[in-house]
Design a protein around this ligand. Structure first.
Ligand code: MN3
Length: 202
C-alpha cells in the first residue's frame, strides 16, 4: 500500500485538556485510517496514479479519470488535510509564528491577534463539515480560506500552511455542539513549526 497511517509525534493525551485523548485516538486511528484505506482502494483502480504525488492530484484533479475523481478529492483530501492537521498541533511547540512568517502575518492581518480573530471567526462560522486554513498564494501573500468536506485549498491555487478541522468528529466528544469553545481553545495547541517550514518552501 502506498499510503500508510503516519504516527503522531505525541501521545493521544498530549493535547489535554484542550483536545481529549479519546477524540484524538478515534480521530487518528479510525477517521484518518479510514481515509488512508479508502485512498489506497481508490488508487488501485487506476494504478498509474500511485506514481503521482498526492499534492499534484489534489492541485489538479482534472488529471484523475472522472470515475474516481470525487473519491480522490474526498479520500486524498482526507489524508492530506489530516497529516497537516496533526503537524499543526503539539503539546509544546512554537506557539507564535517565527520570522519570516510573522512578517507575512503582520502584512496580511496587521497583528497576530487580528489574524487569530479572523481565523477563529471563519472556523466558528463555517457551515457544516470542513476546514479553515491559513494559506499562501504564489506571491507569498497570506489569506484565510474555508473549504467544505475534505476539499483541499490546493485545488483553489493556494498552499495550506495551517488548518483547523471543524468536522464534528474533531470535537464532539468533549464539546458536543459547542464548536466555538473548541475553536477558542485551539490556539493553545497550535505549533507554528510546520507552517513556517511550508511558508519558506518554494
Ligand atoms: Mn477530521
Amino acid at each position: 500500500m502506498k499510503y500508510v497511517l503516519k504516527p503522531l509525534s505525541y501521545s493521544y493525551d498530549a493535547l489535554e485538556p484542550y483536545i481529549d485523548a479519546r477524540t484524538m485516538e478515534i480521530h487518528h486511528s479510525k477517521h484518518y485510517q479510514g481515509y488512508v484505506d479508502k485512498l489506497n482502494e481508490t488508487l488501485l483502480k487506476v494504478p498509474e496514479l500511485l506514481e503521482k504525488d498526492l499534492e499534484e492530484l489534489l492541485k489538479n484533479p482534472n488529471v484523475v479519470p472522472a470515475e474516481i475523481r470525487q473519491d480522490v478529492i474526498n479520500y486524498g483530501g482526507g489524508v492530506y488535510n489530516h497529516e497537516l492537521f496533526w503537524l499543526n498541533m503539539s503539546p509544546n511547540g512554537l506557539r507564535k509564528p517565527a520570522e519570516p512568517l510573522n512578517a507575512a502575518i503582520l502584512k496580511a492581518f496587521g497583528s497576530y491577534e487580528n489574524w487569530w480573530g479572523k481565523f477563529a471567526l471563519a472556523a466558528k462560522g463555517k457551515f457544516g463539515s470542513g476546514w479553515v486554513w491559513l494559506v499562501k498564494d504564489k506571491n507569498q501573500n497570506l489569506s484565510i480560506v474555508a473549504t467544505s468536506n475534505q476539499d483541499s485549498p490546493l485545488a483553489l491555487g493556494f498552499y495550506p500552511l495551517l488548518g483547523i478541522d471543524v468536522w464534528e468528529h474533531a470535537y464532539y466528544l468533549k464539546y458536543q455542539n459547542r464548536r466555538a469553545e473548541y475553536v477558542d481553545t485551539w490556539i493553545n495547541v497550535i505549533d507554528w513549526q510546520e507552517a513556517l517550514r511550508r511558508f519558506q518552501q518554494a
